[in-house]
Design a protein around this ligand. Structure first.
Ligand code: SAM
Length: 482
């Protein structure tokens, strides 16, 4: 039997089944141990250190105790703490992005995904470079600056050269004042050499969902194709980091396996990255299984309620305080609205999960990966965020200024976010308001920006931000950043 070793590079040792089962048992035994729960919450609170605030985060064992605890007052405390950590380290900014589906050709047999090889009736599409351009123009015309590209795994139809060509095309398009300034990539596990090529192509985060950390289930849920190889998939982030990608994004597909197993596995993965590479995951996504073409989520036994989903989000926020957290349009407006107060820092808006979907007048369903719950336009989402006290941010400055990996984390830890990310958010929001917003959104936005500018601590930084905002309003000058 494999032994737990956080620093091992072997999947079964750093995601260790024995350790996960022991942790679940420990959490069950202690879920009503108020003294222990209070001490864990205390440990997780932000505290002053030097000029900034610091959070230690929690081990997977401690975090599992919180997740297992269902004492209402304690859950309330967790929710409050999660919100406080989000506010302390990320402020009220919410980063915006959209997925861009390049191809749904896939040779895998994932039983929860409609792109699986045996699905013979789904329309298979792969964008040509001309079509990529058209999609990017449509996304730029909405106001998007940051994309996550998505593709099935198919070495013949979607080889790495195709992905690289698409990235080049995406970065080359500038329609009116539009630009895609950060391309994150969500493609199947690949080789160190290919990760290096992605890095050289200027990608932001490499995202790969584990789907499930439970090896036996993983093998059953991925019965055929290259994705069947659990170890290769689970060790992908180590290869990505070896290939020079500092920012990696983790996630599990909630609904496939028992949530507690996934939660512990996810945190063990984060601990492993930190222990081996000195930097934890840049983001964690929390997708839940959705209805899609020939996929019925009710045939899977491990669906989670909205309440449990919120608790998972809050506990992840508390356990890994410096990691960005992403929620997609798989979730409804209501759930997204609540999750934003529990630690989420990035959301997608106006997403289409079909290949070529952004250039269609009507939302197409024939090549969709999953049903989208939140179908609002980007303008509606931006307006809604601001009405609820958040600042929608289209900022992509960090990785373009070389603030990736631990350099981003130290910015986060040093409390300099208000002098850096905050003005960047306000300047990119101004771009959005000037170039794309409806009159109502514009009005709300400019009021908000006026108030938020006052929060920038350094006079010099505030003055520069104010002057840049004026420039954006009065000229076509764009892309200011700290
Ligand atoms: N093919 C790549 C891979 O294997 O990782 C790219 C990922 S795929 C385009 C994006 C993600 O969508 C998957 O990792 C999976 O978690 C999620 N997904 C697949 N089917 C889904 C469904 N029915 N509902 C919700 N999410 C789903």
């Amino acid at each position: 039997m494999a032994k737990y070793d956080v620093k091992s590079l072997k999947a079964e040792e750093f995601i260790n089944d024995g350790e996960i089962l022991e942790t679940i048992k420990y959490a069950e035994e202690n879920k009503n141990n108020i003294e222990l729960i209070d001490s864990i919450l205390e440990k997780a609170r932000p505290r002053k250190e030097g000029n900034g605030l610091h959070c230690t985060g929690l081990s997977h064992r401690d975090a599992a105790v919180l997740l297992a605890c269902d004492i209402p007052e304690k859950v309330e405390e967790m929710f409050k703490l999660a919100n406080q950590i989000k506010q302390d380290f990320y402020g009220n900014r919410i980063v915006m992005f959209a997925p861009l589906y390049l191809s749904n050709y896939c040779v895998n047999g994932c039983v929860y995904c409609p792109y699986h090889l045996k699905n013979k009736h789904i329309v298979r599409k792969k964008l040509t470079q001309e079509e990529v351009k058209a999609e990017v123009i449509a996304l730029q015309d909405m106001g998007h600056k940051r994309l996550a590209i998505e593709a099935g795994e198919d070495p013949k139809n979607n080889p790495i050269e195709y992905i690289l060509e698409c990235i080049k095309t995406i970065y080359s398009v500038n329609h009116k004042n539009g630009a895609i300034r950060r391309v994150n990539v969500n493609i199947a596990a690949t080789t160190v050499e290919n990760y290096r090529r992605l890095k050289d192509a200027g990608i932001g985060t490499y995202i790969l969902f584990q789907e499930t950390y439970h090896k036996e289930s993983y093998l059953e849920l991925h019965p055929t194709g290259p994705k069947h190889d659990y170890d290769y998939h689970t060790e992908a982030m180590d290869r990505a980091m070896e290939g020079g990608i500092d920012d990696v994004g983790l996630g599990v597909l909630f609904g496939l396996e028992r949530y507690m197993y996934e939660f512990v596995g996810l945190l063990m993965h984060a601990e492993h990255l930190e222990a081996v590479h000195g930097v934890g995951p840049h983001t964690i996504s929390v997708p839940r299984l959705k209805r899609a073409d020939d996929i019925d989520p009710d045939t899977f036994d491990n669906g989670i309620s909205d309440e449990m989903f919120k608790k998972i989000i809050a506990c992840i926020r508390i356990a890994v305080p410096y990691t960005g957290m992403i929620i997609s349009t798989r979730e409804s407006e209501k759930v997204r609205g609540e999750a934003l107060h529990l630690g989420i820092s990035q959301i997608s808006g106006a997403s289409r999960t079909s290949v070529g979907g952004y250039t269609e007048e009507e939302r197409p369903h024939d090549s969709e990966q999953f049903d989208v719950s939140d179908q609002r336009t980007l303008d509606e989402v931006v307006c809604w965020l601001m009405e609820n006290g958040h600042i929608p941010s289209f900022c992509t400055a960090c990785y373009r200024e070389g603030r990736t990996g631990d350099r981003f984390m130290s910015l986060c830890k040093s409390g300099q976010i208000l002098n850096c990310c905050h003005p960047n958010a306000l300047m990119t929001l101004t771009e959005y308001l000037e170039d794309y917003a409806s009159p109502e959104t514009k009005e709300i936005g400019y009021k908000l920006i006026e108030e938020e500018l006052k929060k920038i601590p350094k006079d010099k930084v505030r003055e520069i931000a104010e002057s840049n905002i004026k420039d954006i309003k009065n000229s076509n000058r764009r892309d200011f950043r700290f």
